[in-house]
Design a protein around this ligand. Structure first.
Ligand code: SME
Length: 137
């Protein structure tokens, strides 16, 4: 019996761990680049189901991170014009890219129902997690 977890099971476990233990992380998920196409595909996530399973590069917070290769903290989603709303309860968002061999291959995306909850500590914590994830992809 092979009890080894698949990559997607591990990623889902990470989403569950983060969403369960950090009270202002209310939707936690991954988006990954679709091959060489300039679009992101939704990966494992926990939280409200989203219609945004495909996001073109440049569109929304996620699409901007795919292009800019930088963390993006949004303290107030209503102040963003290039933003894709998934749920009306969301107040803030943080997206941190995942690099494999220097290439931006995807990202972790976290929505919060709390206004302005994310700090440098979240950024550093999520960068660490993304580095560990890069090692298992
Ligand atoms: N808000 C994101 C879209 C993804 S949902 O948050 C799950 C964005 O603007 O890119």
């Amino acid at each position: 019996l092979n009890t080894k977890k698949t990559v997607n099971e591990r990623l889902l476990n990470i989403c569950e761990l983060l969403e369960t233990n950090i009270k202002y992380y209310n939707w936690v998920g991954f988006y990954f680049r679709n091959g060489n196409k300039e679009e992101l595909l939704l990966g494992p996530y926990v939280g409200a189901p989203t219609d945004h399973t495909v996001i073109p590069f440049g569109k929304g917070i996620c699409g901007q991170v795919a292009v800019n290769n930088e963390n993006f903290i949004v303290p107030d989603v209503t102040a963003q014009d290039n933003y894709i709303a998934c749920s009306i309860t969301v107040k803030a968002e943080i997206v941190v890219p995942i690099f494999v061999n220097g290439k931006n291959i995807g990202q972790i995306d976290i929505d919060s129902n709390t206004p302005n909850p994310f700090s440098k500590a979240d950024e550093h914590f999520l960068e660490f997690i993304c580095k560990k994830i890069a090692e298992i992809l």
